[in-house]
Design a protein around this ligand. Structure first.
Ligand SMILES: [Zn+2]
Length: 199
């Protein structure tokens, strides 16, 4: 098959996605093409819709079709609690577990000397401003139990030490050492939230 062939191009695009190797890319492409064309059309409509409507929440950095996002603008969420997470995948994992009803703050990554990620690359100043301007009483640091995740948690704890009344907690039991939040099952996330510890 030639490289400029539309099928080759589709396979190439799929192959560039995270976690999709050449064989999976070919299988997905074949499935989309042979599934009476509906799969392909649904996918193209969905991608077009996302491209046209997706926004980053001006408050918490979540991605949604509105800003402030559905969570930040919901009356049902506990506005006194902010859960600090590295990225949107973590928010999805926690929401799947239905164990948390507060708000979020997405940092956009974690501190990493190796990857050259410093405090200015993360949304930490905005978190501090939120605590100044919103009526927050607890911040939950739900960061991965890796060295970088924990040094990020320490850095944020230091930054928030000026707020004497603020309770700062972190996830506890169930978080395996070296564990990524997104890989945990729902039950583990629920346990980790219930048994969070004060820092
Ligand atoms: Zn939001």
């Amino acid at each position: 098959m030639q490289n400029n062939n539309p099928i080759s191009q589709l396979i190439k695009i799929l192959n560039a996605l995270p976690g999709i190797g050449g064989r999976s890319a070919r299988r997905i492409a074949l499935h989309l093409i042979t599934n009476n064309n509906t799969g392909l059309l649904q996918l193209s409509d969905s991608l077009k819709n996302i491209h046209e409507n997706i926004k980053k929440c001006e408050i918490c950095n979540n991605i949604d079709t509105i800003s402030p996002c559905t969570i930040c603008s919901s009356e049902k969420r506990d506005k006194k609690t902010i859960c600090v997470i590295a990225d949107v995948m973590d928010l999805w994992a926690i929401e799947r577990s239905s164990s948390y009803k507060g708000l979020y703050h997405i940092l956009g990554g974690i501190l990493s000397a190796i990857d050259g990620v410093g405090p200015d690359d993360l949304s930490i100043d905005r978190l501090v401003n939120r605590i100044k301007s919103e009526e927050v009483t607890e911040v939950i640091l739900a960061l991965s139990a890796t060295v970088d995740g924990q040094s990020t948690a320490h850095y944020i704890t230091d930054k928030l030490s000026e707020f004497k009344e603020l309770k700062i907690t972190r996830l506890a039991h169930g978080m395996p050492i070296g564990g990524e939040l997104d890989y945990l099952d729902d039950g583990t996330i629920i346990t980790a939230f219930k048994s969070r510890l004060s820092i």
